[in-house]
Design a protein around this ligand. Structure first.
Ligand code: CMC
Length: 396
């Protein structure tokens, strides 16, 4: 019998090797392909970072140009997919719409679905790259459609001459048709948030991409499944949960009671704690700075006061210190999204768009991994011992 270890939550299980991102949770370090997150946030663009994550190196000038063009060419989604999105209820959660649409788009590409086209279809690098362009390129469009549904407006078409992030903002608003251009500082702020959210090694959703891919399922279904994992309030839904928490607290004077409830284990301090970071999340530091840059344009979001006071109290309280609970990336991002005017239920969508770059990087790495066995953990059975079937008439 091979040695098997009981490891709920996979706290101690290493299930793959990877060259994509490096985290030192004790020191608060995050690197994408060896490059510190702080440098990328300062100097790079989301599109360039996506290239780096997926292809392993920063692109040359011509590679970047070609990559950018490919993504732009794939911003449109099939009109049937757009039509399908219009059939969601007016108050459907944007993440629900996004997840379902991604899964539905799987049915639009049977020629590259391993279930139909054969297991070897993803051995063709051109086919793999094409799916990457399609998914990454069309994601802002699907996301903006889900937002437009939510506010009861027509879907907007992508703008061919705008950057990735600019185009996303444009599709959300498109106030004065072609003349409308999102504010450059707002665009840059969202771009940095996209860079920070693009990848984070084997978090719950990324692990799920590998998990689903191991069954040989098509990449659209795998990405939809991963987005399902991201939707949860302990993962990508945390930014939404933080905002709801700040609203619930509502006033500085209610913070002590809230902290008491957390310590009495009645509540979680959302946006705090991390499976890997047992020190300040390096992304949270950058997000906090961005908040103030955004407020210069949008005006101060009042909930920031509650967030700062909460952080101050938590960081000096033995309960949180002993458990190494620090703000994570989601603690301040929600406040920024609110200042930018996003409805709270759009927050996890704003996390999903960039994280897809990380998922696709892991998918590509997984496809080239010789050890890519189907994921199949074992369990400790603790149910009843063998017994006989009892006909329904004899049951109590
Ligand atoms: N508020 C209060 N107590 C907490 C929190 C929190 N947010 N997080 C952990 N704890 C306590 C926990 O109760 C435990 O206490 P004890 O040892 O007395 O039982 C101790 O801290 C250790 O926590 P844990 O549950 O073993 O930590 P974990 O690594 O399993 O969980 C986590 C990590 C992120 C799920 C958890 O910290 C959490 O639920 N945080 C709130 C949700 C959140 O902000 N999630 C976003 C994570 S960052 C973005 C992402 O990756 O998606």
């Amino acid at each position: 019998q091979p040695l098997r270890v009981y490891d709920p939550g996979y706290m101690n299980t290493i299930c793959c090797t990877s060259k994509i991102s490096y985290i030192d949770g004790d020191k608060g370090i995050l690197e994408y392909r060896g490059i510190p997150i702080e440098e990328l946030a300062e100097k790079s663009t989301f599109v360039e970072v996506a290239y780096l994550l997926i292809n392993g190196e920063l692109p040359s000038k011509s590679q970047l140009q070609e990559w950018d063009e490919k993504l732009r060419k794939h911003t449109f989604i099939h009109t049937d997919a757009s039509q399908m999105m219009k059939s969601f209820r007016y108050d459907a959660h944007p993440m629900g719409m996004l997840i379902s649409t991604l899964a539905a788009i799987s049915t639009f590409h049977p020629e590259v679905n391993p279930a139909l086209a054969g297991e070897g279809v993803y051995k063709n690098q051109d086919i793999v790259n094409k799916q990457i362009y399609r998914i990454l390129g069309s994601l802002p469009t699907i996301a903006s459609n889900s937002f437009r549904n939510r506010i009861g407006r027509e879907h907007n078409m992508p703008h061919e001459n705008m950057s990735y992030v600019e185009n996303f903002l444009y599709m959300l608003d498109k106030l004065n048709e072609k003349e409308y251009k999102p504010h450059p500082k707002i665009t840059r702020a969202l771009e940095v948030l996209f860079i920070l959210h693009a990848e984070h090694e084997l978090n719950c959703s990324t692990a799920f991409v590998r998990h689903l891919s191991s069954s040989g399922v098509d990449i659209y279904t795998a990405i939809a499944g991963a987005a399902g994992a991201l939707y949860g309030p302990k993962h990508g839904g945390a930014n939404e949960a933080v905002l709801r928490m700040l609203e619930e607290i509502g006033d500085l004077k209610n913070i002590p009671q809230f902290i008491k409830d957390v310590k009495d284990r009645k509540k979680l301090l959302m946006g705090f704690g991390h499976r890997v970071y047992k020190n300040y999340d390096p992304r949270a530091k950058i997000v906090k700075q961005i908040a103030y840059q955004v407020f210069e344009i949008t005006g101060k979001e009042p909930l920031i006061e509650i967030a700062i006071e909460l952080e101050k109290i938590a960081l000096s309280d033995p309960y949180f210190i002993q458990r190494k609970l620090y703000p994570n990336v989601d603690f301040y991002s929600g406040v920024i999204y609110r200042a930018l005017g996003f409805p709270t239920d759009m927050f996890p969508v704003l996390f999903t768009i960039p994280r897809v770059a990380g998922w696709l990087a892991h998918w590509k790495e997984y496809l080239n991994d010789k050890e890519n066995n189907i994921v199949r953990p074992r369990q400790n059975y603790i149910g009843p011992e063998k017994r006989n079937y009892l006909p329904v008439e004899q049951r109590k």
